[in-house]
Design a protein around this ligand. Structure first.
Ligand SMILES: [Mn+2]
Length: 370
């Protein structure tokens, strides 16, 4: 049997004030086609179905259509909540939907729920915080304690095939879990859990991190189906398909309605036919202009060629430079302290004050004396 591993749909998300709803509808239709073509037997969604705890009507409609299509085709769908979902709202109607093969487990009730499909046991762990688990296991302090305790108190028959769905921040000593800007990071960074908590499972279907990556041969983040920040611009999205015979993993690339790209150049270069026609000009873009002079109505100009510019930036602003101050002048003729004042102005955008100037002067004198 084969299952498809999805997570972090974030339906209803807005990226830089652009609604992603049409992009999400488009990508979910593509995923439905993959499910049909690959003869997938079960669908897993490892959390962050919605972007907001109270999703917009259009977001609920998009997900409803997706689930209805799967239920019509008799493909069981397993869903856990992520940190963005409201557990109670996502779980609405879940008992009724079970009869149609839609299994939503979003509110942690003290137990790790199991669902058997063919010869595979799927354990469903909704996103948990220590405080949610402490109700059942008062000794739990950290995120890792929480997940470890839940699994330790579950009877897992290791002679069978076991898969777990989880939406947490999993790390492995000696390797870095690659994050991106579109995930919400918990304050203090104490949410990480060591990969060893999942040692008993043949496959761990993770959600939460948006960049697809395997932490080990059997522990994997499938990533979000769309790029949700420019930090992901370089990394194309995929879906993960797992064959439960041997738990081998296959990825299939996704083609978004609009790609997210970063381009850089002078306005003349950016608006040249060659550059406009080099890729889809409807893509979501971050444009960096390298021009040294001011450009009047720069956003209007670039939008005339690229309607979906999300961010426009001037390279010189990024360096914090004021126009014209790019190189030191008078090296060899100016006294050292004046060169330092110029350097200070270049770095900070303001003149050095007299107190700091005196300090610089005295340090330079001391250096010369020695
Ligand atoms: Mn997420």
């Amino acid at each position: 049997m084969k299952f498809i591993h999805l997570s972090d749909l974030h339906i209803g998300k807005r990226v830089n004030e652009f609604s992603m709803i049409n992009d999400q509808k488009y990508i979910l239709e593509q995923i439905l086609n993959i499910i049909a073509n690959e003869e997938i037997n079960a669908v897993i969604v490892s959390g962050d179905v919605y972007d907001k705890s109270i999703p917009a009507v259009e977001a609920v409609t998009v997900f409803d259509d997706f689930l209805t299509e799967l239920a019509t085709k008799d493909i069981p769908t397993l869903i856990i909540s992520g940190n963005h979902d409201s557990p109670e709202r996502l779980g609405f109607g879940s008992k009724i939907m079970q009869n149609n093969g839609v299994h939503i487990y979003s509110v942690f009730d003290g137990e790790l729920h199991k669902l058997k499909i063919d010869d595979v046991n799927f354990y469903m762990l909704p996103f948990v915080k220590p405080i949610m688990v402490r109700r059942f296991y008062p000794e739990v302090e950290t995120y890792e304690d929480a997940v470890r305790t839940i699994i330790e108190n579950t009877d897992i028959d290791k002679s069978q095939k076991n898969v777990i769905l989880s939406h947490q921040f999993i790390t492995k000593t000696g390797a870095e879990t690659m994050r991106s800007d579109s995930e919400s990071v918990s304050v203090g960074g104490l949410d990480n859990i060591d990969i060893s908590v999942f040692d008993d499972f043949d496959y761990t279907a993770l959600g939460h991190i948006h960049r697809p990556q395997s932490l080990s041969e059997k522990v994997r983040y499938c990533g979000s189906p769309l790029k949700y920040s420019f930090s992901e611009a370089k990394y194309d999205k995929t879906v993960t398909i797992v064959d439960a015979d041997d738990f081998s993993v296959q990825t299939i690339p996704l083609k978004p309605l609009h790609d997210m790209r970063m381009i850089k150049g002078s306005i003349e270069n950016i608006l040249s036919k060659e550059v406009i026609n080099a890729a889809d000009s409807d893509d979501y873009l971050h444009i960096t202009l390298t021009d040294k002079d001011n450009i009047i109505d720069a956003m209007d100009k670039v939008r005339s060629a690229y309607p979906n510019v999300m961010q426009l930036e001037f390279e010189r602003d990024m360096k914090g430079n004021t126009k014209g101050v790019y190189e030191a002048t008078g090296v060899g003729t100016k006294p050292d302290n004046e060169l330092f004042y110029d350097f200070y102005k270049l770095q900070n955008g303001v003149e050095i004050d007299s107190e700091k100037a005196e300090l610089v002067d005295s340090i330079l004198e001391e250096v010369k004396e020695n």
